[in-house]
Design a protein around this ligand. Structure first.
Ligand code: SF4
Ligand code: SF4
Length: 253
């Protein structure tokens, strides 16, 4: 991807609360939940995307558990408005709209409606008492072992999960957005016009060193147990004392 090419995948984290609360959730729902993204923020994203004809090919609605958001249906409708625009603008593209859910929350209330509106539903059940072997311990970090910068890993941006959009702006990936939120790294990109590869690589310099998903690092929860390393023990204690102030997406004109 060149510096000017536009990212095609986005994960819209409409909430950071969950009814399952897996240990070491990479959205920190279990230990550091926060307020929801607002409908107005989602509308801003939709309006920015339409104004720029941004060629999203895959839009994921997720959380937390997204169906718990009190305005889940309105949010999905607004993203359908964006999907319709993209389908008329880029008829050769699929413009996939998908909900990622743990299968609980309020999915039962919405499932048939989502299917009727051709919103794909991806269910990934979790059991906090039996987390899978691959589960990274997000309370550990490469910086505990190796100080200094870390290169971005393969799930970064277009190479994997996609850009993360949260109530605090655009980030290089969803896990990175949550790390920034909990640690008070107020470096979210606030305007879609500014969502560039150099901007995301600058975020990678600040965030990847704090992330247990980092390629080549991976401390698994099954090996470490539910314990925090030095960096995250301190970061979570600071968050519990007072969540750090962060810019809200939509505050910046
Ligand atoms: S189900 Fe997903 S969002 Fe919920 S706590 Fe587990 S990993 Fe996090
Ligand atoms: S190391 Fe973490 S923050 Fe960095 S790109 Fe990978 S998943 Fe995202």
């Amino acid at each position: 991807m060149s510096d000017t090419e536009r990212f095609g995948h986005v994960e819209i984290e409409i909430n950071s609360v969950c009814d399952v609360n897996c240990p070491a959730c990479d959205r920190y729902c279990d230990v550091a939940p926060c307020q929801n993204m607002t409908l107005a923020q989602v509308r801003r994203f939709v309006d920015e995307s339409i104004r720029l004809d941004w060629p999203w090919v895959r839009m994921h609605i997720l959380g937390g558990e997204p169906t718990l958001h009190p305005q889940f249906a309105e949010i999905a409708r607004d993203l359908m408005r964006l999907r319709a625009h993209l389908q008329s603008r880029y008829p050769e593209s699929d413009s996939l709209l998908r909900v990622l859910t743990n299968g609980r929350g309020r999915l039962a209330d919405y499932h048939a409606w989502l299917v009727a509106n051709e919103i794909h539903v991806a269910i990934s059940p979790k059991d906090p008492a039996r987390m899978p072997d691959y589960w990274d311990n997000m309370w550990t970090a490469p910086v505990d072992v190796t100080p200094g910068l870390q290169p971005a890993c393969a799930i970064f941006g277009i190479r994997g999960c996609g850009i993360g959009l949260t109530r605090h702006g655009f980030f290089l990936c969803g896990a990175g957005a949550s790390i920034a939120r909990v640690c008070g790294l107020d470096i979210g990109v606030q305007r879609l016009d500014d969502l560039t590869m150099p901007a995301m690589l600058a975020q990678a310099d600040a965030i990847c060193r704090l992330c247990a998903h980092k390629e080549g690092y991976h401390i698994r929860l099954r090996d470490s147990g539910p314990v925090a390393g030095p960096f995250w023990a301190d970061a979570l204690a600071r968050y519990r004392a007072a969540p750090p102030p962060m810019t809200l997406y939509g505050e910046t004109k």
